[in-house]
Ligand binder design. Sequence first.
Ligand code: DP6
Length: 333
Amino acid sequence: MTATAVAHPNIALVKYWGKADAELALPATGSVSMGLDVFPTTTSVTLLDSQEARDGFVLNGRAVEDGALTRVEQFLDLVRQLAGSDVRAHVDSTNTVPTGAGLASSASGFAALATAAAAAYGLDLSMRDLSRLARRGSGSATRSIPGGVAVWHAGDDQGSFAETVPAPPMAMVVVTIDDGPKAIGSREAMRRTIATSPFYPAWVTSTTETVGDMLTACAAGDFTRIGELTESNALRMHATIEGAFPPIRYLNARSVAVFDAVAALRAAGTEAYATADAGPNVVVLVQPQDRVVVAAALAHLGTVIESGTGPAARLVGSEGTGTHRPVQEESAE
Ligand code: DP6
């Protein structure tokens, strides 16, 4: 049995930064994102013969053996638990995010893996339950299941899922300004922020409020308010992270130059708002009619890539009838 799924990355308009429960991957606050229509991840999950002792993971044509394999195996253990199966699987994933584009591949990666693995193991999950499952792989993956503009609810295991919400048409311009490795991964940085940043409690309170304000602005189609909340929430997240000890700083001088250029565009009459995740690259939220002009205006500051609003994760293929085909057969095709 092989199932193949495609999922896209998403960029948070209201950020997720901090877990209330690491084991269940429950966030400390809700968050809101826009799915992208570029950089899909395509993942196939093939069930192996029952005597196979380990899962396999091939990413962009290369066998993965390290911690990334362990993370995939632990995720598949959850799927097996739900399916009442002990059969191992081979995962083959192609991630089209250009190296160092600064877009978290874990969101599209675990959304595609959850969708393909659920189908391969014969689970018929609703979109809500698929997003709850993806959450266990990586928090931001929760929001790549429904696509569009999505809210990920804080809550308990049952209540913490993502769903699409009404919003006006929007686009993004990704400005890649640094392709070096991250100083510190978001998982560790979140832990340090919670443990040491004196601003963290204020982050939780203000973000909880911002999620509500953002949903109201989205429902009203108020792009200006959406943009203002987006930029403000991103800067609050970075301020909170910078308050950790030892300090963590993701934005560099070139990132700040993009924020300034975006403010200058606004002053000149083009609505654009900047945000940034756990790295130096900046993503600019615009209205669809402005994406070309904004991309051109920012091209001297980095590599720019435009994106519209992306679709939900989806199954694109499913073959086999539950017969466990050996992986050699699959790779020989
Ligand atoms: C800054 O989803 O990568 O992009 O749940 O530990 O896998 P884990 O973290 P991850 O963190 C994303 C953080 C962020 C903000 C966001 O996407 O909301």
